[in-house]
Write a protein that binds this ligand. Structure first.
Ligand code: PGA
Length: 239
């Protein structure tokens, strides 16, 4: 894994936008997985301000994760979040995003449908945030590295961190869809974004601990072409 050190969050966001631009150059009609969460917001802001962001115009996006068991029009859907922070500011049509339907009566079938779609085209580029518990998407601690797209129960830690998005824990749905770790591993290029001192411990584990499902992000060591952009505050002490 290549580790790039950013001075601060703004620098991380600029570098992430430049990485995406560079990596997508030359790929026709790329399939791209992008995250929601607080970390990528600066990346999306930079892309929206870039007059050359039309390089994203031919991309097809696959949703990384989504809550399960809420209505499609619920204000907490991650597809809605993605629309507000990424698609809409960049004037990208909604249909460019292949999304999970959080309300389907057959969630397992929905997960299979999304996995088949990701497998069919392959993932060219994937950008990920890092959960404080080491999750990627909603692949929570204990997730098999061979896992495919599926429905999961959110860990207590994810419910707690997601409470910050929606006001309190009671607002956080308890189940979610996530692209699986093996599904993500098929990506040709992966970027992990890590910002803030509260992520320093888990970033150390991601970079230095032996691979283990208890820290799902350690699976990145087996992915092709992985770049980590971390700001100084997220870096392990002494690095
Ligand atoms: P954050 O979430 O970007 O809001 O820190 C990351 C994650 O939980 O994957």
């Amino acid at each position: 894994m290549k580790v790039v050190v950013a001075d601060d969050y703004e620098d991380l966001s600029r570098r992430a936008a430049a990485w995406l631009h560079r990596t997508l150059a030359g790929i026709n009609n790329p399939t791209v997985v992008l995250p929601t969460g607080n970390t990528p917001v600066g990346l999306y802001r930079n892309l929206a301000a870039d007059p050359n962001s039309q390089f994203l115009g031919n991309a097809r996006f696959i949703q990384l994760d989504e809550y399960q068991g809420i209505p499609r029009e619920d204000s907490r859907t991650l597809a809605g979040w993605f629309w507000r922070v990424f698609l809409q500011p960049l004037s990208i049509r909604k249909s460019a995003l292949l999304s999970f339907d959080p309300s389907v009566p057959d969630p397992d079938g929905e997960a299979e449908r999304m996995d088949a779609a990701a497998t069919q085209t392959g993932i060219d580029v994937c950008v990920l945030g890092l959960g404080q518990n080491g999750h990627l998407g909603f692949n929570e601690p204990g997730s098999d590295f061979k896992s495919r797209t599926r429905v999961v129960d959110l860990s207590e830690e994810s419910i707690k961190s997601n409470a910050a998005y929606w006001g309190d824990k009671g607002q956080v749905p308890r189940r979610a869809f996530t692209l699986g770790l093996a599904t993500l591993a098929s990506s040709k290029h992966t970027l992990l974004l890590v910002s803030g001192a509260h992520k320093a411990g888990i970033l150390t584990a991601t970079l230095k601990a032996p691979q283990s499902p208890q820290v799902p992000a350690t699976c990145l060591k087996s992915f092709r072409d992985v770049t980590v952009i971390a700001d100084r505050s997220a870096l392990p002490a002494g690095d």
